[in-house]
Design a binder for this molecule. Structure first.
Ligand SMILES: Cc1cc2nc3c(=O)[nH]c(=O)nc-3n(C[C@H](O)[C@H](O)[C@H](O)COP(=O)(O)OP(=O)(O)OC[C@H]3O[C@@H](n4cnc5c(N)ncnc54)[C@H](O)[C@@H]3O)c2cc1C
Length: 448
């Protein structure tokens, strides 16, 4: 029997990825243009793909490794997120991010910190700009009493875990952000703040000495040929002994884990450069990052020249999109909601034009697990990162590379014990149900 996996769809992005747009222009892509043979092929150039390629090169010195990215590195979700590489549990389905138990939260925190250390070692090795990867910590901002209570409850949980934190009052929040919107904040020091597009682009550049990286080169299909696999791309084929799929939600585009992955799109926007007058009116410090104390609220970041300009980035609004793309109408609704949230927080610069607005793909499972492990002979997956793809993507990438190299570690042990993603109700029930839940939760979190 021929085993053939064909991509039913390829990634489609809506809106310019602001983080990438504010960096220096990209060099022309290196496209796979002639038939090539490698030991390992990685499909997807986000957090998972880059980490998998790096780990493969560590474990298999001298092996031929290629990475195929459908578009440009920095243009996909890895360059469209808010850049919070969080060390602590970040369970989006809970009320305050806490996980199911103290023990599991401690384990996840240890693993998340391993991912951060792994990413940091790439930053050092590949001379990634220090401003793209800062150990700065982040704040859970509370805009109302209920959210403040959530912060207090999360602080109690951190206490039990033995984690550092600091509670900030409304004055502290105003001093930091220039906004009088926040009732309180909960600072935790372990989060790394990324310039996400800068980070993935520069890691890819450094990795380019060890791995052949082909962009604008989507994997259209892969099929079993002899002892390996042939990956078809628009201009040439890539023969690989083993494949690691790091294409997140697009795993399902190859017919894998069908009906088990939830495709949610998040929206974000970035102001134009804040000139001196706007900065004076805004006040506050030049760089900070706030996640909402209710997971369904808005994430707000202020960045400075080191990350590509003095700007504010707002992330809010979610849509369930089983077709893996967003519509113009959804983008309009999301930008209107983000405009409101921005103006509520910063009345002193209300109406500040948004230079970039975009959406990005998040892949979730109902039971919060990722897809890892060998899914066919010599085909491994590092997909479905749930809410925290910067750290989880790095971890699943490490995991898949280790599994493909027959290496055991605490990472492979952790993911080896995960169940498979639970089945979703059939459409349209899943779409109607998920959309109703998202709208209800967003309404509940409207002050956040
Ligand atoms: C607005 C927004 C804000 C977010 N904020 C945060 C945050 O602050 N912190 C956090 O941890 N997470 C955040 N996330 C989630 C995070 O961005 C993702 O979970 C993360 O990018 C997943 O990493 P990944 O490498 O698994 O997948 P991706 O980054 O999606 O990379 C997969 C890559 O595979 C490529 N691909 C797909 N199909 C093919 C194919 N057939 N051939 C070749 N290549 C293919 C895609 O082009 C893509 O580049 C946010 C997401 C969004 C959209």
């Amino acid at each position: 029997m021929t085993r053939n996996y064909s991509a039913k769809r390829l990634p489609k992005h809506a809106g310019a990825a602001g983080w990438n747009a504010i960096l220096e222009p990209m060099r022309p892509a290196r496209v796979l243009s002639e038939n090539t043979e490698v030991d390992f092929a990685v499909i997807g150039g986000g957090f998972a793909g880059l980490s998998a390629a790096r780990r493969l090169s560590q474990l298999n010195p001298g092996a031929r490794i290629a990475l195929l990215e459908a578009g440009r590195i920095g243009e996909g979700a890895a360059g469209r997120n808010s850049g919070f590489m969080i060390d602590l549990p970040h369970d989006l389905t809970s009320d305050n991010y806490a996980g199911e138990s103290e023990r599991s939260d401690q384990k996840i925190t240890r693993l998340n910190r391993m991912a951060i250390d792994f990413a940091h070692s790439m930053v050092e090795e590949f001379c990634v700009d220090a401003a793209y990867f800062r150990h700065e910590g982040k704040i859970n901002g509370a805009g109302c009493e209920a959210s403040h209570a959530r912060n207090i409850s999360y602080a109690g949980h951190l206490e039990q875990l033995g984690e550092d934190y600091q509670l900030l009052d409304a004055e502290d929040m105003a001093r930091l952000t220039g906004s009088r919107y926040y009732r309180s904040g909960l600072y935790t020091p372990g989060t790394v703040m990324l310039q996400p597009a800068g980070y993935v682009r520069q890691v890819a550049t450094g990795l380019g000495d060890l791995v052949d990286i082909y962009e604008d080169t989507p994997a259209l299909s892969f099929s079993r040929t002899g002892a390996g696999w042939t990956i078809r791309t628009p201009a040439a084929n890539l023969d690989a002994g083993k494949i690691i799929l790091c294409n997140n939600g697009h795993l399902e585009s190859f017919g894998i884990k069908r009906g088990r992955l939830m495709h949610v799109f998040l929206f974000a926007c970035m102001t134009e450069e804040l000139d001196e007058t706007a900065r004076r009116r805004l006040g506050g410090e030049g760089r900070w990052g706030i996640t909402p104390s209710d997971p369904m609220g808005a994430t707000i970041r202020r960045i400075d020249a080191g990350q590509g300009g003095n700007r504010i980035v707002t992330r809010s609004w979610a849509e369930f999109c089983p077709g893996m793309e967003t519509s113009e109408r959804q983008m309009c609704r999301a930008t209107a909601s983000m405009r409101r949230k921005f103006d509520d927080r910063f009345p002193q610069i209300a109406g500040m034009p948004m230079e970039y607005s975009w959406s990005g793909h998040l892949c979730l499972s109902r039971n919060g697990v990722s897809v890892t492990g060998e899914i066919d002979d010599g085909v491994y997956a590092a997909c479905c990162q749930n809410g925290l793809g910067t750290t989880r993507g790095t971890l699943t990438g490490i995991c898949a590379a280790e599994q493909a190299s027959r290496e055991k570690s605490v990472v492979t042990e952790f993911f080896g014990k995960q169940e498979e993603p639970s089945l979703l109700p059939p459409p349209p029930i899943s779409t109607l149900g998920a959309t109703a839940i998202l709208r209800w939760k967003e309404w509940q979190a409207r002050k956040e």
